[in-house]
Ligand binder design. Sequence first.
Ligand code: ZN
Length: 80
Amino acid sequence: MDEEALVKKLNEALAGSRCKYCGVTDQIRIEFRLVAKPLGTWSLSGAQLKTSAYRWPWAICDNCGHESKGKVGTGENPDE
Ligand SMILES: [Zn+2]
């Protein structure tokens, strides 16, 4: 599934859901962001300045601005 299709699917899954931080419904949208990999996930030997990041879906509340990083799997119920 490409990114655009995934965003569409996730937005559909979130339609009508309520932001647990501000309580407003239907204001949550999905956005893909570039996330840097945490340090320590690669070996220093032969390390070069190359981009070490991946794209990941985030759920963003348009009302209060709270951002939740998506989880692998269902794409539902982001906790943070
Ligand atoms: Zn909110």
